[in-house]
Design a protein around this ligand. Structure first.
Ligand code: UDX
Length: 438
């Protein structure tokens, strides 16, 4: 089939590659000419394992091209996927849907009446119905084909998640839209991936609900961590114990510095804002607490540092990690970066290390000092905070590190270190959600 992918950020670039790998002829549309040039050279422009290689392969196979705007070639397209961003609006919890409206008006003059527009962006419930009306007005079609097909990919495993999702959800208003989506996802459906057909509102809400549930699981275990810290219990053992109950499950129960990134924090806030608009704000008022528990974990790290070092003024603190999770260079709403900024605000001299995201850190936070060389980063520090669980931090040799650091103190913000090994190398080890005897 002929497919277009509009908006080539994390979601769009990955989806474009996934569609090309599924055998479709794909046009990627992105207004930023520099980004288009980069994509054409086979680079997505962000760190995502395996994506650049797959991108280059699909370009070489002639299945994937990029352009800055629609032209006559868009008229040949059967399914247009809209993948533009819906960031948090400045000064409000709500999502900014302006890029979606712009995408619809740019596409309208080139849309065939029998083609389908399928939104993939995460949106406030009710957005697709508004966009359908806008599309009808702009094209003159009495029943424009507009569907919603939320994407559940995770950064770090984005391509794999796009090609082999747990489920496909399509919100449609007519049979034609469903048929086109069945055709476009045929290889995935044939491999046994569940294909759920719903109305527009349900499909939109599925995504918000999934992310709210995931955020709730993480903040739930972090709330237990707060209780564990003052009662002598161990939140990681607790998570393991409750996780054996299949009704609870053991995934997304890792306690630590909390969730961040471009999705979970903004999506729970957007859901609160939308529920409020719809007059049912109380239904998800608890998400405010989920957000607060998450933010408090960052403060807890500073409190631990202060309990060990006294005032942080002129103390040299190394933050291991800046990305919001490993295998990503995304620093949006990153707990690691927030901890670095909080420590700096408390007077510390902060050094940030991250295997891939330091260029982005320097652009967004030029006030922070970064060190690319992990060995040098440890020199003369008073404390180390492991804030993002990159493999190279988990694999660190404590004996080697102990030779480099002045004051042997490490805070495990992700509960991934072998405490006994670090203690044997002379370190005091502190962690979130448990009290360690040093
Ligand atoms: C998330 C959703 O998982 C995905 O389905 C959706 O499409 C986009 O948002 P992503 O933002 O890539 O994906 O990251 P995810 O793996 O969900 O992790 C989010 C945050 O939660 C990270 O900061 C991670 O470190 C943290 N986390 C995750 C925990 O603190 N504990 C856990 O047990 C799991």
């Amino acid at each position: 089939m002929k497919v277009s992918v509009i908006g080539l950020g994390y979601l769009g670039a990955t989806h474009a590659v996934a569609m090309a790998k599924s055998g479709h002829q794909v046009i990627g549309i992105e207004p930023n000419p520099e980004k288009v040039a980069m994509l054409q050279s086979g680079r997505a422009g962000f760190f995502e394992p395996g994506l650049d290689q797959a991108l280059a392969e699909q370009i070489a196979a002639g299945r994937l091209t990029f352009q800055i705007a629609h032209d006559e070639s868009s008229r040949l397209v059967d399914v247009h996927f809209i993948c533009v961003g819906t960031p948090q609006t400045k000064g409000s919890l709500a999502a900014d849907t302006s890029y979606l409206h712009a995408a619809i008006s740019d596409l309208a003059p080139y849309l065939r009446e029998d083609a389908l527009v399928a939104g993939k962006s995460t949106v406030p419930v009710g957005t697709a119905a508004i966009l359908t009306k806008e599309l009808g007005a702009a094209t003159g079609f009495s029943e424009p084909n507009l569907a919603w097909n939320p994407e559940f990919l995770r950064e770090g495993t984005a391509l794999e998640d796009s090609l082999r999702p747990d489920r496909l959800v399509v919100g449609v208003t007519n049979k034609r839209s469903e048929e086109l989506l069945r055709q476009v996802f045929e290889p995935m459906i044939a491999s046994g991936i569940p294909f759920l057909v719903t109305d527009l509102a349900t499909a939109e809400l599925v995504k918000a609900a999934a992310n709210a549930f995931l955020a709730t699981k993480i903040s739930f275990i972090n709330a237990m961590a707060e209780i564990a810290e003052v009662s002598g219990a161990d939140a990681s053992q607790l998570a393991k114990a409750i996780g054996y109950d299949e009704r609870i499950g053991n995934k997304f129960l890792r306690n630590g510095v909390g969730f961040g990134g471009g999705c979970l924090p903004k999506d729970i806030r957007a859901l609160m804002a939308r529920a409020e608009e719809l007059g049912v704000g109380e239904s998800v008022a608890y998400l405010k607490e989920i957000d607060k528990i998450n933010i408090r974990r960052r403060d807890r790290v500073i409190a631990l540092l202060e309990s060990e070092l006294g005032s942080l003024s002129e103390k040299r603190i190394l933050i291991l990690g800046a990305a919001f999770k490993p295998d990503s260079d995304d620093i949006r709403d990153s707990p690691a970066l927030e901890i670095a900024l909080l420590a700096q605000k408390a007077g510390a001299e902060v050094i940030v290390h991250d295997p891939v995201s330091l260029p982005g850190v320097l652009i967004k936070h030029p006030e922070l000092s970064v060190q690319e060389d992990l060995t040098k980063a440890f020199e003369s520090v008073d404390a180390v905070v492991l804030a993002t669980e990159w493999k190279e931090y988990r694999d660190l040799d404590p004996q080697m590190v102990s030779v480099l650091t002045a004051n042997k103190l490490i805070i495990d913000g992700r509960n991934v270190l072998d405490v006994a090994k670090w203690q044997q190398a002379g370190f005091r080890v502190l962690a979130l959600g448990r009290t360690i005897q040093n």
